[in-house]
Design a protein around this ligand. Structure first.
Ligand code: DX5
Ligand code: ZN
Length: 219
């Protein structure tokens, strides 16, 4: 059954504790935490101190998505802050295998994210070392963008690659996930739905999470 990972990027940071408790008490599976550096992506979000605070109350997996250059120098600090799993972007990691080994040696699960223009084939020689792949369905940097339809084809290609090799890698889809497109995304082969605005801009976020989980069960 597909997992649901609300992205705190879209939460009300004045009520961070309440928002985290809402996720704890909901049917959500993971906390998705978006870190941006203003260099790899044209925006800055939050970093280590916020993740430390979230970790204190989060009762679920903290899934850290690093949209930053040279992630290797900060991976130990994110581990210390409480990350359970870290995903780095292939576009900024010339020594990607080393980055993945570092994350795993620190006792975390490792993932690679690919931007909308990055082909699935670029994962061919790293996929067997991964726990998750984030397929970006928007250009990274901002919440609330529109899902890029071509991404569905990328999910299918990745599903095929993973299944053909008999691997156990999760396909996480990130950006523009809504109640309207979630079913199609899951039928394409996604295992994890990241959802920012769809969850946190809703009048009843807990209910939206339940609706996504209900669709996942019906998959
Ligand atoms: C975008 C981030 C996403 C973002 C998704 O760069 O990686 O995780 O929070 O937000 P929505 O679901 O609003 O598109
Ligand atoms: Zn993300």
């Amino acid at each position: 059954m597909a997992l649901v990972a609300p992205s705190l990027l879209a939460c009300n940071f004045l009520k961070l504790e309440e928002e985290c408790k809402m996720v704890n008490e909901s049917e959500a599976d993971w906390f998705h935490l978006d870190v941006m550096d203003g260099r790899f992506v044209p925006n800055i979000s939050f970093g280590i101190p916020i993740i430390e605070h979230v970790r204190k109350i989060a009762t679920k997996t903290c899934d850290v998505h690093l949209m930053i250059e040279e992630p290797g120098s900060l991976v130990p600090a994110f581990k210390k802050a409480g990350a359970d799993q870290i995903t780095v972007h292939i576009e900024v990691c010339p020594n990607l295998h080393r980055n993945i080994q570092q994350i795993k040696e620190l006792g975390m699960l490792a993932g690679v994210a690919i931007n909308p223009h990055t082909p699935v084939s670029s994962l061919s020689d790293i996929i067997a070392d991964l726990h998750q792949v984030i397929v970006m369905s928007v250009n990274p940097g901002f919440g609330g963008q529109k899902f890029i339809p071509h991404t569905l084809e990328k999910i299918r290609q990745l599903r095929k690659l993973i299944d053909e090799r008999g691997l156990n890698v999760l396909i996480e889809i990130d950006g523009g996930v809504t109640l309207e497109n979630a079913a199609e995304i899951m039928s394409a082969g996604a295992d994890v739905l990241v959802a920012g605005n769809t969850v946190f801009s809703a009048p009843d976020p807990v209910d939206v999470i339940s609706q996504l989980k209900r669709m996942a069960r019906a998959r």
